[in-house]
Design a protein around this ligand. Structure first.
Ligand SMILES: *Cc1c(COP(=O)(O)O)cnc(C)c1O
Length: 394
C-alpha cells in the first residue's frame, strides 16, 4: 500500500475540521486596529479586539516605539542570557515592577511564553498544579510541559478546589487561574482563592491578561480590585491587550524573578523582545496613569453594552457574565455561531465566532468586546444589528 502524501493527510484533516464547522481563516485588516477597521475599501465596526483602553493606535505609544528603535535598533540579537539584554529591557522591567507595586519583574516575548515558562519552571515533579477548568490554552500547555501532577477544579468553584487541595496535602501545591476569563468575561474569586491557599499552604499564580489596565481603581487588575496584590505569589500580565503593545511580564518577589531568569525555558531559549516592544511597554504603563479617563470610558461602554444585551436576551441570546469588557453570547452549535458572525459581517460588524478548542464543545459563541475607543453610537449600532440577526436566526 502506498503511504499517503503529507498533502493527502492534511487534506483529510482539514476536511474533518470543515465538516465540524471548525475551519478558520483570519480576516485581514488593511490598516490599524481600532473601533473602526478597513478591509479592502470597506469599513467595519470591530467588537473583537482586546485593546480595551484603545491604546494600540495611541500616537504616544508609537512615538515611544520609534524612539526605542532609534536608540537600540530593530532587533535585540539574542536571548537575554546570551547577549540580548539591553538597558531598555531592564528599564521596562523596572517600570513593570513599579507599575504593579512588586519587588521585581521579568519580560517575556508573549503571554503564551510567560505562562508555559512560569508553570514548567516552578511546578516540578512531585508538585501538584490546581488549574481552573476554563483556564487559557497557554496555562493548559504550561501544565502539560510541567512534570507536576495536574488537578483541574470546576470553574471558579472554591469548594471543589479545597477538596482537591486536601487530597494533596504535604506537597508543593500551585493554584493557577486567570483573573478575568478570556472567553467568558467572568472573574475568578481571587480573595477566596488566596484565603484557601493560605489555609492549605499553597501558592497562587494569576494570569491578569484581560484584567491589567481594566480592573481595579488604578487599573492594576484583579489583584488590585480584590486587595490581594501582596498575597499572590506570581502575577502574569500581558502587554498586548489593554496595554496596547506586545509581550508580557511576570511580577513578584526578587527571588522569584531571579529563579525564572535561570529556569524559565521560554525566556532562556528565545530571542529577547525587540527594543520597540520594551520602549512601548514603558510608555504604556505611564499612559494608564496619565489617562485614567480611558478606564472611565471603558466602564461607561461596558455598562451600555451590558444593558443592551440584557434587553436582547429575550431573543434567546443566552447568558453572559458582564463582569468585564468581554461579552460572550453563547449560541451552542459551531455552525450557528459561524452563521451569526457571517450575518454581522454582512452588516459591517466584525465579531468572531469562537468555537472549540478555544471553548468547550457545544458552547460556541460570539465574543463581543468593548473598548474605551468605541462611541455610544457604535455600541447602539452593534446592538441593533445583533437584535436583527438573532431574530432572523431564531
Ligand atoms: C491572550 C492570553 C494569553 C497570551 O498572551 P499573548 O501575549 O497574546 O501570548 C495568556 N493568557 C490569557 C488568559 C490570554 O487571554
Amino acid at each position: 500500500m502506498m503511504t499517503p502524501s503529507l498533502d493527502e493527510i492534511l487534506e483529510a484533516r482539514l476536511g474533518d475540521l470543515e465538516r465540524a464547522g471548525l475551519l478558520r481563516a483570519p480576516v485581514v485588516l488593511d490598516g490599524p486596529t481600532g473601533p473602526r477597521v478597513r478591509i479592502g475599501e470597506r469599513e467595519f465596526l470591530l467588537f473583537a479586539s482586546n485593546d480595551y483602553l484603545g491604546l494600540a493606535a495611541h500616537p504616544a505609544l508609537a512615538a515611544a516605539g520609534i524612539k526605542a528603535i532609534e536608540a537600540y535598533g530593530a532587533g535585540s540579537g539574542a536571548s537575554r542570557l546570551v547577549s540580548g539584554s539591553l538597558r531598555i529591557h531592564a528599564e521596562a522591567e523596572e517600570a513593570a515592577a513599579s507599575f504593579e507595586r512588586r519587588e521585581a519583574a521579568i519580560l517575556f516575548p508573549s503571554g503564551y511564553q510567560a505562562n508555559i515558562g512560569v508553570l514548567a519552571a516552578l511546578a516540578v515533579e512531585g508538585d501538584v498544579i490546581f488549574s481552573d477548568a476554563l483556564n487559557h490554552a497557554s496555562i493548559v500547555d504550561g501544565c502539560r510541559l510541567s512534570r507536576a501532577k495536574r488537578a483541574v477544579y470546576h470553574h471558579c468553584d472554591l469548594n471543589h478546589l479545597e477538596t482537591l487541595l486536601k487530597r494533596e496535602a504535604g506537597k508543593n501545591r500551585w493554584i493557577v487561574t486567570e483573573t478575568v476569563f478570556s472567553m467568558d468575561g467572568d472573574a475568578a474569586p481571587l480573595g477566596g482563592i488566596v484565603e484557601l491557599a493560605n489555609r492549605h499552604g499553597a501558592f497562587v499564580i494569576v494570569d491578569e491578561a484581560h484584567a491589567t489596565g481594566v480592573l481595579g481603581p488604578t487599573g492594576r487588575g484583579g489583584v488590585e480590585e480584590s486587595g490581594t496584590t501582596d498575597s499572590v505569589d506570581v502575577q502574569v500580565a500581558t502587554l498586548g491587550k489593554a496595554l496596547g503593545c506586545a509581550g508580557a511580564y511576570v511580577t513578584g518577589g526578587r527571588r522569584l524573578i531571579e529563579f525564572l531568569r535561570n529556569r524559565a525555558r521560554s525566556f532562556i531559549f528565545s530571542t529577547s523582545v525587540p527594543p520597540v516592544a520594551a520602549g512601548m511597554a514603558i510608555e504604556a504603563f505611564s499612559l494608564v496613569d496619565r489617562e485614567p479617563e480611558r478606564r472611565d470610558r471603558l466602564g461607561e461602554n461596558r455598562r451600555r453594552m451590558a444593558e443592551g444585551l440584557k434587553r436582547l436576551k429575550s431573543l434567546g441570546a443566552g447568558a453572559f457574565a458582564g463582569r468585564s469588557a468581554i461579552f460572550p453570547l453563547v449560541v451552542g452549535g459551531n455552525e450557528r455561531a459561524a452563521r451569526l458572525a457571517g450575518r454581522l459581517y454582512e452588516e459591517g460588524v466584525l465579531v468572531p465566532a469562537i468555537r472549540p478548542p478555544t471553548v468547550p464543545e457545544g458552547t460556541a459563541r460570539l465574543r463581543l468586546t468593548v473598548t474605551a475607543a468605541h462611541s455610544g453610537e457604535d455600541i447602539d449600532r452593534v446592538l441593533n444589528v445583533l437584535g436583527r440577526s438573532l431574530a432572523g436566526a431564531a
